[in-house]
Design a protein around this ligand. Structure first.
Ligand SMILES: [Zn+2]
Length: 177
C-alpha cells in the first residue's frame, strides 16, 4: 500500500497500532488504520442425475484445468447467493443450493473457500466466457490430476467420503503453502 485511500497522503507505515496485536497499514497523516482480512470464495458441487458438473477454466490462474464453479463473494450478497451467481457466470446453469458441504482455509493466501451441494435444474453445456468446456462427470471419471485447486480436490474427496459412508457431514480442511 503506497497511498492513503482516505486522504491521499504517501505517509503510510506498517506498524502495530496501540491496543492491537497485528501489524497494519496506518496513515501517518490522517491516522486511518487499514484492516486487511481474508476473502471468502464461494462455489458449489453441482449435481445432475448423479453426475458432477466441472468447468474447464479459460481464465488464469490454472488456465485449462478443471474446476468446480466458484469465485469471490461480492458485498451485499449472502454466501448462497454468491455461489449461485458464480455458478451461473462460469457454467451458465440454474441451480438450487442444498446445503453447505465444505470449508477450506488457505491462510497463506488469506482466503476461505465455501462449497455447497447444489442440484442443477436445467442443463446447457455450451462454453461461457470463463469456461472453455463444461462436462458432466461420473464419479469414477473425475480428472483428479487436472483439478485446478486444492480446495476443489478437498471438496470432491470429502463428497465421495460422505457418499461412501452415507453421511452429509460438513468437512473443514486447510492448506499451508
Ligand atoms: Zn490518510
Amino acid at each position: 500500500m503506497k497511498f492513503c485511500s482516505n486522504c491521499g497522503s504517501d505517509q503510510i507505515v506498517f506498524i502495530i497500532p496501540e491496543g492491537d496485536n497485528n501489524r497494519r497499514f496506518v496513515c501517518n497523516n490522517c491516522d486511518t488504520i487499514f484492516y486487511q482480512n481474508p476473502k471468502i470464495v464461494v462455489g458449489c458441487i453441482p449435481l445432475y442425475q448423479d453426475k458432477i458438473l466441472l468447468c474447464r477454466r479459460s481464465i488464469e490462474p490454472r488456465f485449462g484445468f478443471w474446476n468446480l464453479p466458484g469465485g469471490y463473494m461480492e458485498n451485499g450478497e449472502t454466501v448462497e447467493e454468491g455461489a449461485k451467481r458464480e455458478t451461473q457466470e462460469e457454467a451458465n446453469v440454474d441451480i438450487t443450493i442444498r446445503h453447505l458441504h465444505s470449508v477450506f482455509n488457505l491462510p497463506t493466501v488469506n482466503q476461505v473457500f465455501l462449497h455447497f451441494i447444489a442440484t442443477i435444474n436445467k442443463i446447457d453445456l455450451s462454453p461461457t466466457s470463463e469456461s472453455s468446456e463444461l462436462r458432466l462427470f461420473n464419479y469414477d471419471e473425475i480428472p483428479w490430476e487436472e483439478l485446478a485447486f486444492h480446495s476443489n480436490k478437498f471438496a470432491l474427496e470429502t463428497f465421495f467420503l460422505n457418499k461412501e459412508r452415507n453421511e452429509s457431514k460438513v468437512h473443514i480442511g486447510s492448506f499451508w503453502k
